[in-house]
Design a binder for this molecule. Structure first.
Ligand code: 16G
Length: 244
């Protein structure tokens, strides 16, 4: 191994095994001395780790271990299931629960007239107590009579109380930036990048039961997608296309 490779292996070991997220790496000068390389070489190694988003730098303070992004699969899951699979404790802060008129777009998505009543929920979703996602959810009020608040999982509640099971969803994902209000709720800088996922979810009878807009912090989320050729899905490899 060259000195450069040794340095790289050492840094990777620190990031993967020894240090936790937001812990500081040794100063460049110490690393240069320990590995008998120039500070420029150390800086290049750190630059590369920064590009790979495994570390981040704070001017004047040093280089820190980045939190690994949470990989979100395209399998149909609730936020709660999604976080649990990743070993994180899901949480939710309910900010708004109100009955409102659907309006044209949500009405269209939920097959209601624009004047039709929907329950609007606004929730900040957390993982291990850290804000991850801001969610606006709209449900046809007629399908969820008496629902005025949700503490844990909405999908679990829909099933428990109304026997509604989400079977499939139509979803779009696009890049966006956080406006000032969303940034404050997600504890992120204003205008930082985010992912906007819009979902229309259908139950087992194929009725649209939910229209939701989930805004994920761009520094914490990645989506994993299984892609298959037509031949692959014919042989059954398209296993992610189904319901819960
Ligand atoms: C996910 C869904 C959202 C749903 C929520 C229910 C996406 C983009 N959004 O966040 O539509 O309302 O799960 O989660 O996947 P819960 O059962 O934990 O409340």
């Amino acid at each position: 191994m060259t000195k450069h490779e040794q340095l790289r292996a050492h840094l990777e070991g620190l990031i993967e095994r020894e240090l936790g997220p937001d812990e500081r790496l040794p100063p460049e000068r110490d690393l240069a001395e320990a590995f008998g390389v120039s500070r420029m070489t150390v800086r290049q190694a750190l630059d590369r780790l920064e590009r790979e988003r495994r570390v981040y730098r704070v001017q004047g303070a040093g280089t820190f271990v980045a939190r690994p992004p949470i990989a979100k699969t395209i399998e149909l899951t609730s936020f709660t299931e999604d976080m649990r699979r990743r070993g994180l404790a899901p949480g939710s802060v309910l900010r708004v629960a109100e009955l409102v008129a659907a309006g044209p777009d949500i009405g269209f998505a939920l097959a209601l007239s624009p004047a039709g009543e929907v329950l609007h929920l606004e929730r900040v979703r957390t993982a291990d107590g850290i804000p991850m996602c801001l969610e606006h959810t709209y449900l046809p009020a007629a399908l969820v009579p008496g629902l005025t608040t949700v503490e844990g999982s909405l999908y679990a509640e829909l099933h428990r109380r109304y026997r509604i099971r989400i079977a499939r969803a139509e979803q779009s994902i696009r890049a966006t930036v956080l406006d000032a209000a969303a940034a404050a709720l997600l504890d992120a800088p204003p205008f930082s990048p985010a992912l906007l996922v819009e979902r229309t979810a259908f139950d087992e009878r194929d009725r649209p039961v939910e229209r939701a807009a989930s805004t994920y912090r761009g520094d914490r989320y990645s989506f994993e997608i299984d892609v298959t050729t037509a031949a692959g899905s014919r042989s059954g490899a398209g296993r992610r296309a189904g319901g819960e």
